[in-house]
Design a protein around this ligand. Structure first.
Ligand code: B12
Ligand code: SF4
Length: 508
């Protein structure tokens, strides 16, 4: 296989008439309460890849990354100095208020604004209502090049393939734009346009490692019923091993990166591809430590040996439930036996495991939740997140429960998973209580490891007793005197689980 040529750095074409685009990541870390507790800072790969692509296509591009800023003021300054033809904003549900502010600032300077990214892809109308000139609800590279040229040439955006715009109050969708077929055409992310050192030294201070994010594929071929895949849908495209190694080498050589998070929805869908990558990482380097999201049906024990040898430190696993019935209901396509085998094998290989668990999916009974807790107890993952199922528009899960939505405002963290958004089998307080049981179980595990297994065992039994004799009857409304919520079911005030969901969805 031919090695792809490292396409960066790209000299900016010295043509004065080249269209100018300013891309903005509106995420301000200091405003994010999660970020104060846990470091999980990576620059947006969407912004960086788009930037590299635009440069390759003769467009002058700069980036305002608000991650380390105090507010959105740098946007105004940057628009005034750079004088772009177009401002493009990356959107997530969490950052919508800031994205709207960025749009207002750009418009105040007379510059049209485009939105792209997962939140605007799910609800483009909202962004158009709030002052954006267009939304790009899918893969952005080619669409942004065409949009920039149109704007610079004074042509309308209406009808541009891959866009959604308003014309005389009507929402007009341009024809769909085909996905890029060959992901090796993508340039390396334009790391030089942001302050990479700020990210890397934040990681270094907190973990001793210089960590960066890498994406080797786009999309996911699986079909879990609650998973929302707004931008890339069910398509699946993979970069070549050579292209991935070129990116790893560039991060290592230019930025002294020594730890990589593979951000693919599912890392290593293609077994042969993964084998080749691991082999080359082991023999040729760069020798980096890494973490990834994986599916239990793909992580075979012999593969784990190779992954460990290549530097694997941590795996995120979408375990979801300890009940086969629920895994089937979610169309996970995984078996309990696979979860058990992988969890045991990761322990043997001394690879940290982060489990994603979900409560409250339709059809789940208390016995199913108990089965999940027992599985959790048996394998005691080092890290976990247990969320309450979030019906995201566009998913089969959403379609199933859309007549039972509780009409709550969307959580600003997107699929927050901390509250119940539809009328499920049990009251929200029951799920919150179950989350507390998982948190308690995780603490007991630490006691078991550090102090005394006997004490942990006794506390574990006591917790089960409290659940059976007190919590369950109270929360299911079988005792009087407890406050009830709007559905008439008992709703006790329960603490939130204090673990971090670094990611709710997709959770493989
Ligand atoms: C890696 C990742 C992370 C990493 C890195 C985050 C980062 N800085 O980008 C970490 C773990 C830190 C993270 C954190 C969070 N994440 Co996250 N993350 C992802 C993941 C798996 C990949 C993102 C990625 O790199 N994609 C690859 C790039 C190339 O795609 P892209 O960003 O979508 O960009 C393309 C298009 O959208 C479009 N585009 C994007 N922006 C723009 C702008 C313009 C102008 C245009 C024209 C086009 C355009 O073109 C791009 C190239 O084709 C996605 C799932 C996914 N498959 O996308 C979730 C995802 C983006 N995360 C999500 C969430 C909820 C979060 C958190 C809020 C979770 C939490 N509990 O804290 C935080 C937010 C933190 C933050 N900084 O914003 C949700 C967002 C849902 C939503 N509606 O907002 C997603 C979609 C997962 C999901 N399905 O729920 N995340
Ligand atoms: S949850 Fe993971 S495996 Fe399932 S469809 Fe979503 S991205 Fe794919």
């Amino acid at each position: 296989m031919a090695e792809p040529v490292d396409p960066t750095p790209h000299p900016i074409p010295a043509i004065q008439s080249a269209p100018r685009v300013l891309l903005v990541d509106p995420y301000v870390a200091r405003e994010d309460p999660m970020e104060r507790k846990f470091v999980e800072l990576y620059p947006s790969l969407g912004i960086l890849t788009l930037s590299g692509w635009l440069r390759d296509h003769g467009i002058r591009v700069e980036v305002t990354d608000l991650t380390f800023a105090r507010d959105a003021e740098p946007v105004t300054r940057h628009v005034r100095t750079f004088r772009p033809d177009l401002v493009g904003v990356h959107t997530k549900t969490l950052t919508m208020p800031r994205a709207l502010e960025v749009a207002a600032r750009a418009r105040a300077e007379g510059v049209p604004v485009l939105a792209g990214g997962p939140d605007s892809a799910t609800r483009p109308e909202k962004y158009l209502d709030e002052g954006f000139d267009a939304v790009v609800p899918s893969e952005g590279e080619s669409t942004l090049v065409e949009a920039a040229k149109r704007v610079a040439n004074g042509q309308p955006l209406a009808g541009c393939p891959g866009t959604v715009v308003r014309v005389n109050g009507r929402t007009v969708r341009g024809p769909p734009r085909p996905f890029l077929r060959n992901l090796d055409e993508l340039p390396l992310p334009a790391w030089d346009l942001i302050d990479m050192e700020a990210y890397l030294s934040a990681w270094q201070r907190n973990t001793g490692e210089r960590r960066a994010a890498v994406l080797t594929s786009r999309g996911c071929p699986f079909d879990c019923s609650w998973c929302s895949k707004p931008t890339f849908g069910r398509t699946y495209r993979q970069q070549s091993v050579g292209r991935v190694l070129a990116e790893l080498a560039a991060l290592h050589d230019r930025y002294r990166v020594d730890y990589v998070r593979f951000c693919d929805d599912v890392f290593g869908v293609d077994r042969r591809w993964l084998e080749e990558l691991l082999g080359r990482m082991i023999t040729d380097g760069p020798h980096l430590r890494f973490e990834c999201l994986a599916r239990v049906d793909l992580l075979r024990p012999d593969l784990l040996d190779r992954m460990k040898a290549a530097g694997l430190q941590r795996v995120y696993l979408g375990v979801e439930s300890g009940s086969q019935k629920m895994l089937d209901a979610m169309s996970r396509g995984t078996r309990l036996a696979q979860i058990e085998r992988v969890a045991a094998s990761l322990r043997t290989h001394k690879v940290r495991q982060f489990w994603f668990l979900m409560l409250g999916y339709p059809g789940e009974t208390l016995d199913d939740i108990e089965a999940t807790l027992q599985l959790f107890r048996r394998f005691s993952p080092e890290e976990y997140s247990v969320s309450i199922a979030v019906p995201v528009p566009g998913t089969r899960f959403y379609e199933t429960v859309k007549d039972r939505l509780r009409g709550r405002a969307r959580s600003t963290r997107g699929s927050g998973g901390a509250s119940l958004l539809y009328e499920a089998t049990y009251p929200e307080s029951l799920y919150r209580w179950q989350q507390v049981r998982f948190a308690w179980e995780a603490r007991l595990h630490r006691i078991r490891e550090r102090f005394s297994p006997e004490v942990a065992e006794r506390l574990s039994r006591a917790a089960d007793e409290i659940h059976e004799r007190v919590a369950k009857p109270v929360l299911l409304g079988r005792s009087s005197g407890a406050p009830t919520d709007e559905t008439g079911v008992v709703d006790a005030e329960l603490p939130m689980v204090a673990n971090r969901p670094p990611h709710e969805d997709p959770s493989t």
